[in-house]
Design a protein around this ligand. Structure first.
Ligand code: AVI
Length: 296
């Protein structure tokens, strides 16, 4: 894991998501302080019919980072797609979730694809090319650097014919106290989620991180408009792993995640740069979150 030897050290956020980490993330989405999931759901609830009217019937929904396919159930009842293509990096999780979706919607053609969103997405020729909707809910686009987010939007755009569109959830800039609380919850679930990356690495690369020697640290970086998550050493400590070793001073931090918060105009600009047009967006009354629909 080369990130541990970097200056400053980092662990990519994909290491949060072993099975325990995925369970902790699901708990995060239900925390009172973590507003994004429920705010996005409320926007879909309030404006779903308006969205559905702008999306062709019998479309093919391609969901990026579909995970447990939970959001597909709501979307499917809104727009009734003919085909649903969940894409995720975790094969086992994806195939189980796809089966559950088939059981719940017997007439829906479900075709899971295992792929890493950071690379080119290769949909096998069997996925219908017309009336595609790329669906990327949950504001995970914020976990990419803005240039990489623009790259992912461009690659999504390339999956679409002239009649295709993208529906994407985006977390917006807001009062710092609200952001801070969402990533520093009272029950310390986010702290456990962050620290779990170390336990995951211990299993994957044979490192000997002692989780008691590290603490969760998350703050809003105004200049870069992002929440940063770090793990901070509570003591001087040496960590060894297969093929490497590093000494950490007390107070030294490992950067584990960025979560960018956008302004509406800024994100519309990113969609525009990626070649999308006819961009519409819906927000909640507090303008904490936005769902964008952009056409190819
Ligand atoms: C997955 N992603 C949108 C979450 C976020 O808010 O950036 C991950 C997360 N990290 C800490 N809490 C939630």
């Amino acid at each position: 894991m080369s990130g541990l030897s970097r200056e400053p050290p980092m662990i990519p956020p994909k290491y949060f998501y072993d099975s325990h980490g995925s369970m902790l993330f699901e708990r995060i989405t239900r925390l009172p302080e973590y507003y994004p999931t429920r705010t996005e759901r409320s926007i879909m609830g309030t404006h779903g019919r308006d969205m559905a009217q702008r999306i062709p019937a019998e479309s093919t929904v391609i969901e990026l980072g579909a995970g447990n396919c939970e959001k597909a159930h709501e979307l499917c009842s809104l727009i009734r797609p003919a085909c649903y293509v969940p894409i995720d990096i975790s094969a086992d999780f994806l195939h189980d979730a796809a089966q559950a979706l088939r059981d719940a919607h017997p007439t829906l053609d479900v075709r899971p694809v295992v792929a890493d969103l950071a690379a080119d997405i290769d949909l096998d020729g069997e996925v219908p090319a017309e009336r595609r909707l790329v669906f990327y809910p949950g504001s995970s686009i914020g976990n990419f650097e803005p240039d990489d987010a623009a790259g992912l939007l461009s690659r999504s755009r390339r999956l679409l014919d002239g009649d295709g569109a993208m529906l994407v959830g985006v977390d917006l800039v807001k009062e710092e106290s609200v952001l801070h609380a969402a990533y520093n919850d009272a029950e310390n679930v986010t702290a456990a989620f962050n620290l779990n990356a170390l336990a995951h690495l211990n299993r994957l690369i044979g490192s000997n991180f002692d989780l008691r020697e590290w603490r969760h640290h998350a703050f809003f970086n105004h200049a870069r408009s992002r929440i940063e998550m770090h793990l901070e050493a509570l003591v001087d400590t040496t960590v060894a792993w297969m093929g490497g070793e590093r000494r950490f001073r007390r107070g030294e931090r490992i950067h584990t995640e960025n979560s960018y918060k956008y302004g509406i105009e800024d994100f519309a600009g990113l969609l525009d740069r990626a070649g999308f047009s006819s961009i519409v967006c819906w927000t909640d009354p507090r303008r904490w979150f936005a769902v964008f629909l952009a056409h190819a």
